[in-house]
Design a protein around this ligand. Sequence first.
Ligand code: SF4
Length: 459
Amino acid sequence: MLLRHTPKEIQERSAVTINPAKTCQPIGAMYAALGIHGCLPHSHGSQGCCAYHRSALTRHYKEPISAATSSFTEGSSVFGGQANLLQAINHSFTVYNPEVIAVHTTCLSETIGDDLKQIFDKATKEGIVPKGKTLIGASTPSYVGSHVTGFSNMVKAMADVAEEAGTGKRSGKINVIPGWVEPADMEEIKRLAKIIGVDITLFPDTSGVLNGPLSGEYQMFPKGGVTVAGLKATSRAIGTLALGEWCSADAARLLDTKHKVPCRVLDMPFGLKATDRFIDALRTIGGTTVPNEIAYERGQLVDLISDMHQYFYHKKVAIFGDPDQLIAMTEFLVSIDMWPVHIVTGTPGKRFEERIKELTKDIPVPVNVRQRGDMYLLHQWIKNDPVDLLIGNTYGKYIARDEDIPFIRWGFPILDRQGHQYFPTSGYRGGLLFLEKVLNALLDRKDRDSPEQKFELVL
Ligand code: SF4
C-alpha cells in the first residue's frame, strides 16, 4: 500500500500537483536532438539539470546519452551564461567534433534571459563554429509546458534549419514528423513508407541511435538520425505530415508558412483507423498506390481484432501519458470496444479534453479526462470507478499494485522494463504487438483469479 494516503474523496485543487504526470521541457528537447545524425545535445544551464536530463533518457532507452552542459556556477547565474556557452561550443567542436550542437535552455538560463540567437551570432563571428558545422537552439523554460513542449520546440528549431527553397524544383520527398515515439516506431514508419514507394525525410529519427546493435565498439555518434542536409532540404519537399498536434504540428506549420510546404496534421498511427489515415495521406501526397503487402498487414490486424474482440468487449481502461499518444490510443481502444474511462495528461492543452470527449462520446458510461492532471487524481478516479486495465508509464505501477489492476507499460518513461525501444506501437504490425500485450494482461489476470474448477487450459 505505497499510496495508502490517497483518499477516495476528490477535492478540487488549483495550487498543488501531487505525483505529476509530466517532466521537464529539456528532456524532450534532448530526445529530439538525439534524432539528428552526429548531434551533441547541449544543456544551457547547470550541471545538475543536464545530469537529470541525461539520466532520465538513459534509464528509459538503456543507452548512454552523451550531452554537454554550460555548467553554470554562481557567476553565470548572476551575469549570464554567454561566456560559458561560447567556451562550451568551442570545446565541444574541438574535442568531440559533432556535426551539430543542439542547444536547449533551462529554467535558470531562461530566467536570466540568455538569448541563444545572439550568442550563436557571436560564436559565428568569433570563428568558433567550424565550416560546415551547425548550431541549433531551442528555448525550453521548464516552468511552462512539459517534456512534450520541449520536444516540440526542438523539432521546430530543426525545421528552422531548412534553407530557402528558392525557385528550384521540389524534391518529391515528403517530410514526416513522427512525434515522441520509440525508435522502433520511427523504424516502422520508414518501413511503411518504403513499401508504399514514397521517399520521406523523417525528423527527428532516433532509430539506429537509441536502438542500434551492440557492435563491441562505443560510437559517440551512431549511424542513425536525420542529417543536416536532410533538414536543410525539408523546405523543398512536396508536403509535410505531422503525426500529432502537440509534438509535431508547430514544426510542420513553420515549414508551411516559411517555405510553402503544405502540411497536414494527423494523429499518431496507432491502431487500425489512424494507420489507415496515415497510409492514405502518404498515398495521396506521394501519388502512388497501396501495395498488397500493406493490405496483407492490415488484414492481419483486422483478423486479430476479431479473434480477440470477445475478451476486450466493454473492459474499462485507465490511461495516462502524453496528449498525442493518448489521443491515438483512445481511438484505438474505442475501436476495439474497450472503454477508456479515465484519461490523464500532465501536459497543458484544452483541445486535449475536447478531442478525447469527441472520441469517447459513444461510450455509455461516464468518462473522466483531464489536461494538467496528475497521478493522484487518476488514482482517486480509479478508487471511485475501478478499471480492468491500467496503461501508462512506469509510474503507474504504484497505483496498479495498490488497486490490484493489470498494468501495461507504455509511453515515457519506462524505467523498470527492457526492450520497449525495439517494439513499435505504430502501424498495423505495432497494433498486433500492442493487442497481444493487452490480451495477455487480461488473461493472465483471469488465470490468476480463477478458482480451480474454472482454471481452463483453453481460453
Ligand atoms: S531546474 Fe528546470 S530545467 Fe533544470 S532539471 Fe529542474 S525543471 Fe528541468
